[in-house]
Design a protein around this ligand. Structure first.
Ligand code: DHB
Length: 422
């Protein structure tokens, strides 16, 4: 027996994008159902970046998700850029009035699941055989088998593909539905570890070293998060913990500084790519977050982009489904693409400036050092990095009938006259 059901928004994927969309829609009185193939435990444990732009943190606070963020988030004024054995502090707060917050994606996912459960939201974890159908009709369907084996066919006004780069929604778009797919694969990967080791730095260090890039971040005052550039096809079995710590110590070294080590709690290797699909909509299917665009991790833009997409999408879908207006959904893709390309630019820039190519020539190495020297000695250059790194104004989440597409679009939305009092 198949259960035939109805909801307003069928959401594929229970990562931060899908869960936040469901939460914001509920705040605007729109019903949704989230379907996820992974288990809840898997989604809550998946290690991802944890650097929030102020606009991202503010949106979470404004929508009832600020309690643990404010209690446990680590506020940073900026970052360190390291090269040629020197470590330079880039004070973003001084340059732009804005700092950043470390609060890991895993914690945001836990907060979102908790608030959705408390509000009676439906999220089906551990679904199988999920598919989207009828994308050319006015009532597309989200079909899946739940964890207990029950088959569901849910008719939806709209489907939101929040199911990541390898999800089912983007490939379900018929040929010709996507105008362009821009793709760049970088010829190296990141090995990331979570370590039971108090961070050896007060703010994140981005280090360019002849042996490759290294990054020292953190999760709590007791837990470090560190990354190493490794060859694209490298195997994690080649990296016993001692080798990882030796390499990190070497690449992060500056005179008089010592890297604290400890047990490795989690380790994995991730590929690096940039990807942007255009447009982020096919009729009643909307893509958000990694389903629409991927950035390499350098600069930690992925989660911030997903939150910005979802704030715009929730506003647009509430406009459509509660107030019968289509102007906001029509503006959705262009709104989000401008921001996505800006983040693609920042992450490509930081990636190419800080990583060493497999057979890098001396010209490229000298140019990298020249760029880093310029960034750390010119206030104007430093301010440009600081502006893009700390992000622009939020795409405002506005569940009111008066939400304006102008709040989405236009240059002000990206380089705001930032209100320092926030
Ligand atoms: C982290 C990850 C990043 O890619 C980055 O640029 C900064 C911080 C992190 O995991 O904390």
């Amino acid at each position: 027996m198949t259960l035939k059901e109805r909801t307003q928004v069928g959401i594929v994927g229970a990562g931060p994008a899908g869960l936040l969309l469901s939460h914001l829609l509920a705040l605007g009185g729109v019903e949704s159902r989230v379907v996820e193939v992974r288990s809840r435990a898997h989604c809550e444990a998946r290690q991802r970046a944890g650097m929030l732009e102020p606009a991202t943190a503010q949106l979470l606070r404004d929508t009832g998700l600020g309690r643990r963020l404010d209690a446990e988030g680590l506020e940073h004024d900026g970052i360190y850029l390291q090269f040629a054995g020197e470590r330079h502090h880039m004070n973003f707060r001084e340059l732009t009035g804005r700092g950043v917050t470390i609060y890991p994606q895993t914690e945001i996912v836990k907060d979102l699941i908790q608030i959705r459960n408390a509000n009676g939201g439906i999220a089906e974890f551990g679904a199988t055989d999920s598919e989207v159908a009828g994308l050319d009709s006015d009532l597309p369907e989200l079909r899946y088998t739940d964890a207990a084996g029950q088959r569901h066919e849910v008719s939806c006004d709209v489907i939101a593909g929040c199911d990541g780069f390898r999800g089912i929604c983007r490939p379900a778009i018929p040929a010709g539905g996507l105008r362009t797919i821009a793709l760049r694969t970088y010829p190296f990967s990141w090995l990331g570890i979570l370590a039971q080791a108090p961070p050896s730095t007060d703010q994140v260090i981005y280090a360019r070293h002849e042996r490759g890039f290294a990054l020292h971040s953190m999760r709590t005052p007791q837990i470090g998060r560190l990354y190493l550039q490794v060859p694209a096809d490298d195997d994690i079995s080649q990296w016993p913990d001692d080798r990882i710590w030796d390499e990190l110590s070497l690449r992060l070294a500056v005179p008089g500084w010592h890297l604290r080590t400890g047990p490795v709690l989690d380790k994995s290797i991730t590929g690096m790519r940039s990807f942007v699909a255009t447009p982020m909509r096919y009729r009643r299917l909307f893509l958000a977050g990694d389903a629409a665009h991927i950035v390499p991790p350098t600069g930690a833009k992925g989660l911030n982009l997903a939150v910005a997409d979802v704030a715009a999408l929730a506003t647009a879908l509430i406009g459509l489904l509660r107030y019968g207006r289509s102007d906001l959904v029509d503006a959705y893709s262009d709104t989000c693409q401008e921001r996505a390309w800006r983040a693609t630019y920042l992450s490509w820039w930081m990636t190419t400036m800080l990583h060493v190519l497999p057979r890098q020539d001396p010209f490229d190495s000298a140019l990298q050092i020249a760029q880093l020297r310029n960034l750390t000695s010119s206030r104007a250059a430093g301010a440009m990095l600081a502006e893009i790194y700390t992000g622009g104004a939020p795409v405002r989440f506005d569940p009111s009938p008066k939400a304006s597409p102008a709040a989405f679009l236009g240059p002000e939305s990206l380089v705001p006259a930032w209100d320092d009092s926030r």
